[in-house]
Ligand binder design. Structure first.
Ligand code: PMP
Length: 402
């Protein structure tokens, strides 16, 4: 037998398996409400016009080439990305207490963050919300963290945040535990803490000397407003916390496969930054050596040009408004149909996802009878709804719940 003959079949990654099932389905009314990607009202992927315009100009610019980037990436990009999340008037930035590192999208930022915390700072314990995005656990465990914990988050009975459970669990964490927080538009629940609740969370994190990471995959995409979606990050930074922010530009720029991300690190004392960057350089060099240029150059060009920046802000408002319209439309239809249960959470939740409250059995029923695909947790990607399929989806949910 060959040396690989003992390798066992690993479980499929659910969200990619559901997309494959959708693609393989020939039914004309099929709907994909699974993977987190924006769709137009014609169910098509959207290349943002400002991105197309920037790429067209790049293609014609013969001064550009395909040389390697530095190991920590394109500086004009990581500087602009760090400023975007901390804010124009950030005291941290003025004091030189933040640094940015270009990464392979949000996932790569989380991995570099985890590697740094494990191998440089020797941390070993991390907490993620129950539930959370399906990749947090694996990223930290693969980086070598061995103490895996969850904090309570979703209150199923009230379809909201279990703030008391969350605070209790954080209170029980040992010092230097890494706490992964979703900056906005929590995936998968769509439920965020209020500003008052963020203050309570900050109090516990401070009292227990925990280390916060803000996973920021939806800045500007959630509410349409870059400042609003960064409120929690800026609140913690202004309060004097040391922290990390893992930024993805997949959704807000529609640059999913270009893998554009930034790891922003906020420190107490600016003088530690060169040594920290030198250590991260070794981690990245031993992992993927250096990041790709194309997407970061697009984002850098847009963020650093006031006219393109304004165009981009119009694009994120277009996407977030369409999502909000679809949320309102789905709720209205379910209420009109008299579908049992309360549906106000569909409009109070934010971002592309809604934790619908549908059971795994109902999800299966809807896939088999209606060819509508969602995750077994009942998470719906609202971006998959359009004015053309929303009646059909509402009827399917109604049929499953009745
Ligand atoms: N964190 C969260 C919470 C996410 O939802 C996502 C995207 N699904 C990511 C991180 C990172 O995605 P990407 O690596 O594509 O930027």
């Amino acid at each position: 037998a060959g040396r690989f003959s003992e390798v066992s079949q690993a479980a499929a990654i659910e969200v990619f398996a559901v997309v494959k099932a959708f693609n393989d389905d020939a039914h004309e009314k099929k709907v994909n409400l699974s993977i987190g990607a924006y769709r137009t009202d014609d169910s098509k992927p959207w290349v943002l016009p400002v991105v197309r315009e920037t790429e067209t100009a790049m293609a014609a610019d013969t001064s550009l080439n395909h040389e390697y980037l530095p190991i920590l990436g394109l500086e004009s990009f990581s500087t602009a990305a760090t400023k975007m999340v901390l804010g124009e008037n950030s005291a941290v930035l003025k004091e030189g207490r933040a640094t940015g590192i270009q990464t392979l999208s949000g996932t790569g930022a989380l991995r570099v963050a985890a590697d740094t915390l494990k191998h440089v700072l020797k941390y070993n314990s991390f907490y993620f919300s129950n539930p959370t995005w399906g990749n947090h656990k694996m990223i930290f465990e693969h980086a070598g963290f061995t103490e895996t914990h969850q904090y309570r988050y979703w209150d199923a009975a009230n379809r909201g945040l279990d703030i008391n459970g969350m605070l209790e669990d954080l209170n029980a964490a040992s010092a230097n535990s890494v706490i992964i927080l979703h900056a906005c538009a929590h995936n998968p629940t769509g439920v965020d803490p209020t500003q008052e609740q963020w203050k309570q969370i900050a109090d516990v994190i401070e009292a227990k000397s925990l280390f916060p990471i803000f996973d920021t995959a939806y800045q500007g995409f959630a509410s349409g407003d870059l400042d609003k979606d960064a409120w929690a990050v800026r609140y913690f930074a202004d309060r004097g916390f040391e922290l990390m922010v893992t930024q993805s530009f997949a959704k807000n720029f529609g640059l999913y496969n270009e893998r554009v991300g930034n790891l922003a690190v906020v420190v107490k004392d600016a003088s530690v930054i060169p040594a920290l960057r030198s250590q991260v350089t070794l981690l990245v060099r031993g992992s993927y050596s250096n990041p790709p240029n194309h997407g970061a150059r697009v984002v850098s060009t847009v963020l650093n040009n006031p006219k393109l920046f304004e165009e981009w802000r119009t694009c994120i408002r277009t996407m977030s408004s369409r999502i909000q319209e679809m949320r309102a439309g789905l709720r209205e239809r379910l209420e009109k149909l008299g579908t049992p249960g309360l549906w106000d959470h569909i409009t109070s939740q934010i971002g592309m996802f809604s934790y619908s409250g549908l059971s795994a059995g109902q999800v299966k029923f809807i896939a088999e009878k209606y060819h509508i695909y969602m995750l077994s947790s009942g998470r719906i990607n609202i971006c998959g709804l359009t004015t053309k399929n929303i009646d059909y989806v509402a009827e399917a949910i109604n049929d499953a719940v009745l």
